[in-house]
Write a protein that binds this ligand. Structure first.
Ligand code: ZN
Ligand code: FE
Length: 261
């Protein structure tokens, strides 16, 4: 049975390691030292590196880990992800032979233009998605290189996965996200319950991720641009009637950009 571990790095990143007791794969190894210490403490050999997007907190440790372990590196079609041994695109399969894990690639542009996600494609792990900075627990990534329509379509692609899918995002932003979500949708009882549970987890120093897609669908305002209360709040904040889900999504994203808890 495979296990998935968050390796904390920097202020609030989680670098994900998937391992079977002997071999490991690292998703977005932003910090080589953090990953190396984790692997060495458990005598694990790094068998693969998977990259979701080119930002430094996701690829910073790539070169030194790939050199030390001489392992393959899968990543998106973008020259800003150096050292790829394989470029992967929508629908491609990535089979990690030593772990028996098959993943499928989804292109999810918006945070960056070439951002991808990896979805489990066999039962070596429970249904899971490694989605980098696209979908967060209670939120979504900032639109650095994409349009609201692109990001919304990317999130819709993730939202269409089975509802039990575990959402392995790359940052512990949950409490700040939920605080904003509650302003957008104060009448959402599931959101209130989630916030108190996750606040209690953070108080104990426990990660709030992975969440599940079911939970995101019920509480994440960026997946809820068709909910009446979200539409009403977004319109009120924007000071105009919003025409359709993309407009609502864009208004909520814009609102969050300027939101201080
Ligand atoms: Zn990023
Ligand atoms: Fe990041």
């Amino acid at each position: 049975m495979l296990r998935v571990h968050p390796v904390p790095a920097f202020d609030d990143n989680y670098l994900w390691v998937i391992e079977d007791g002997r071999h490991a794969a690292a998703v977005d190894p932003g910090d080589a030292q953090a990953i190396a210490s984790f692997l060495d403490a458990r005598s694990l050999t790094l068998a693969a590196i998977l990259v979701t997007h080119h930002h430094d907190d996701h690829i910073g440790g790539l070169a030194s880990l790939a050199a030390r372990f001489a392992c393959p590196v899968a990543g998106p079609d973008d020259e800003r992800v150096p050292g790829r041994t394989r470029t992967v695109r929508e629908g491609d399969e990535v089979f990690l032979e030593s772990l028996g894990l098959r993943l499928r690639v989804l292109e999810v542009p918006g945070h960056t233009r070439s951002h991808i996600a990896y979805v489990t494609d066999n039962n070596a792990l429970p249904p899971s998605v490694f989605c980098g900075d696209t979908l967060f627990a209670g939120g979504c990534g900032r639109l650095f290189e994409g349009t609201p329509a692109q990001m919304r379509a990317s999130l819709a692609k993730l939202a269409a996965l089975p509802s039990e899918t575990r959402v392995y995002c790359a940052h512990e932003y949950t409490l700040a996200n939920l605080k904003f979500a509650r302003v957008v949708e104060p009448g959402n009882a599931a959101l209130v319950a989630r916030e108190s549970r996750d606040a209690e987890r953070r108080a104990r120093g426990v990660p709030t991720v992975p969440s599940t897609l079911a939970e995101e669908l019920k509480t994440n305002p960026f997946l809820r641009d068709c909910a009446p209360e979200v539409i009403a709040s977004a319109s009120r904040h924007a000071g105009r009637a919003l025409s359709g889900p993309v407009d609502v999504f864009a208004a909520v994203r814009e609102w969050k950009n300027g939101f201080r808890a």
